[in-house]
Design a protein around this ligand. Structure first.
Ligand code: HEC
Length: 129
C-alpha cells in the first residue's frame, strides 16, 4: 500500500477508536449518575413549567444578578440561588412578585403563571443547600 493510503487508514482507525471511547465514557458517566443521584420525580406538567421557567429566567435578566448553574448564570448582585436554604416555592413567588431591597418586583411585568413557572423551575433545579 502507498504510504498515503496507510496514513489515511490509520487516521480513520484512530477516529473510530476515539468515538468508541467517547461513547464508552458517556455511557459510563450516565450509569454512574443513575446509581448515585436519581433525579427527583417530576410530573409532565411540572416538566413543562420547568422548561418555561428556564426560558423566563433567561429572558427577564435574572442571570445578570444571580448565580444558578442550571442557567449558566454567574451574577453576584443578589444571593446565589444555588445552595439557598430559603428557596421554597412560596418564597420565590413572593420575592419575584414583590421584590425586596435591590431585587426588582416582577409582579407588574410577569403573569401569575410565569411567576409560578419560575418558582417551579428554581425549586427543581437549584442546588440544594
Ligand atoms: C437587579 C438585580 C436583580 C435581578 C434582575 C433579579 N434579582 Fe433576584 N435578588 C436580587 C437581590 C439584590 C436580592 C436580595 C434581596 C434582599 O433580600 O435584600 C434578590 C433576591 C432574590 C430571591 C430571594 C433569595 C433569598 O434567599 O433571599 C429570589 C428567589 C430571586 N431574587 C429570584 C429572582 C428571579 C427569579 C429573577 C428574575 C425574574 C431575579 N431574581 C432578578 C437582585 C436581582
Amino acid at each position: 500500500m502507498p504510504a498515503r493510503v496507510v496514513a489515511t487508514v490509520s487516521r480513520l482507525g484512530f477516529a473510530a477508536v476515539g468515538a468508541a471511547l467517547a461513547v464508552a465514557a458517556l455511557g459510563g458517566s450516565s450509569m454512574a449518575q443513575s446509581v448515585t443521584a436519581a433525579p427527583p420525580a417530576v410530573s409532565v406538567a411540572d416538566a413543562a413549567k420547568v422548561a418555561k421557567g428556564r426560558d423566563l429566567f433567561a429572558n427577564y435578566g435574572c442571570s445578570g444578578c444571580h448565580t444558578l448553574a442550571d442557567a449558566g448564570a454567574t451574577g453576584h448582585v443578589g444571593p446565589s440561588l444555588d445552595g439557598d436554604a430559603n428557596l421554597t416555592h412560596d418564597f420565590v413567588v413572593d420575592r419575584v412578585s414583590n421584590g425586596q431591597g435591590q431585587m426588582p418586583a416582577f409582579g407588574g411585568q410577569m403573569s401569575t403563571d410565569e411567576i409560578e413557572a419560575v418558582a417551579t423551575y428554581l425549586t427543581a433545579v437549584a442546588k440544594k443547600p
